[in-house]
Design a protein. Structure first.
Length: 138
């Protein structure tokens, strides 16, 4: 119980730092993914390794499209070990939906103001939202 609380407290802080770095530099330091993966040791369950299936699918999409960065893939792999199979699916679903909502709002705002929306977005802020929501619900 205490380990779960510690992990739930530590990972959002790390993801917050990663979000800031992703927004500012469009790069995610490797140490964030490493520490997130290390938190999987707290209350480790062997079945959580099934979450790597989600990471492999995400990596395949990144490889074929070239639109997803390597730091995002490493972070999703680390979180997949922490969240397990269904938590990882939920995390990515919530992250993608929140990104689509944000992008739709950005497009509408830019159309109203006569500009164009950026087609490139930092993904870690949405991963952070997806993780927190998945952790609360699962």
């Amino acid at each position: 119980m205490i380990g779960s609380v510690m992990r739930f407290a530590a990972i959002p802080i790390l993801l917050g730092i990663g979000s800031y770095m992703d927004i500012k530099t469009r790069e995610i330091p490797n140490w964030i993914s490493v520490i997130v993966a290390m938190t999987a040791v707290i209350n480790f369950r062997l079945e959580n390794l099934w979450g790597l299936i989600v990471a492999v699918i995400f990596f395949s999409v990144a490889l074929t499209t070239g639109k997803i960065g390597g730091g995002d893939v490493k972070l999703i792999a680390a979180l997949s070990i922490v969240c397990g199979l269904w938590g990882s699916f939920a995390l990515l679903l919530f992250a993608q939906i929140s990104m689509l909502i944000y992008y739709a709002g950005s497009c509408i705002s830019c159309k109203i103001n006569g500009g164009t929306a950026s087609k490139s977005l930092p993904f870690v802020p949405f991963i952070t939202f997806g993780y927190v929501l998945a952790a609360i619900l699962f």
